[in-house]
Unconditional design. Structure first.
Length: 209
């Protein structure tokens, strides 16, 4: 057997092994693993709690005139929540929580038993929510936003009420002063929402007597 044949027999298996290694894609040393997708379990839990609260209130409402509309809201909120959790967006998350909590506050106010009708702007101008009965949490942006929007609506109702009064009377002056205080408190809460600030505003809007 000549040298060429011996070399061929020795190199043939080694060459095949080298070719096999070239075909196998080995991982690079030190390569970083892809980052895990963010876990939004906490946001999911909060949305589930909000939706459950709204659904429980919805079941208590026996008014057939609003039942269909509320069921439509509930389905829309659930669909938005599912879509949001698939592709999370913090701004849309806050917006969804705001919408759900606003409807919850409206339903809670509607379902609350009234011993006597409160002498408030709510009854006089058709606004269904009495601001002084709301309890927004200063640490919850959605509840804060919903509460302040309701205050803005109440301020508009107060302005309408003032416009119907006779200027120059003591009652007009008292209501004008009250409206100014409410606006100032609302502006302060818009800059920094605190429990003390909210309690002060609620006190201004609470029926006297």
């Amino acid at each position: 057997m000549n040298l060429d044949c011996r070399l061929a027999r020795i190199l043939r298996p080694r060459t095949a092994a080298l070719l096999l290694l070239c075909l196998v894609r080995l991982p690079l040393f030190g390569a970083e693993e892809p980052a895990a997708a963010p876990d939004h379990a906490e946001e999911r839990k909060v949305l589930e709690m909000d939706l459950a609260r709204f659904y429980n209130l919805l079941k208590q409402d026996s008014d057939p005139r609003t039942k269909v509309t509320l069921i439509g809201y509930q389905r829309d909120y659930a669909a938005r929540a599912n879509k949001l959790l698939e592709n999370f967006d913090s701004a849309k998350y806050d917006e969804l929580r705001y919408d759900i909590n606003l409807q919850c506050q409206r339903l809670a106010r509607k379902l609350a038993p009234l011993l006597t009708p409160p002498a408030s702007v709510a009854n006089e101008a058709g606004l269904e929510i009495a601001v002084y009965e709301l309890t927004p949490s200063p640490t919850d942006p959605a509840e804060v936003k919903a509460a302040l929007n309701i205050v803005d609506l109440t301020i508009k109702q107060l302005e309408t009420k003032l416009g119907r009064m006779s200027a120059g009377t003591s009652q007009y002056a008292a209501e004008q002063s009250r409206l100014q205080r409410v606006k100032e408190r609302r502006a302060a809460l818009g800059k920094e929402f605190t429990q003390a600030g909210w309690d002060g505003l609620a006190s201004e809007l609470r029926p006297q007597g």
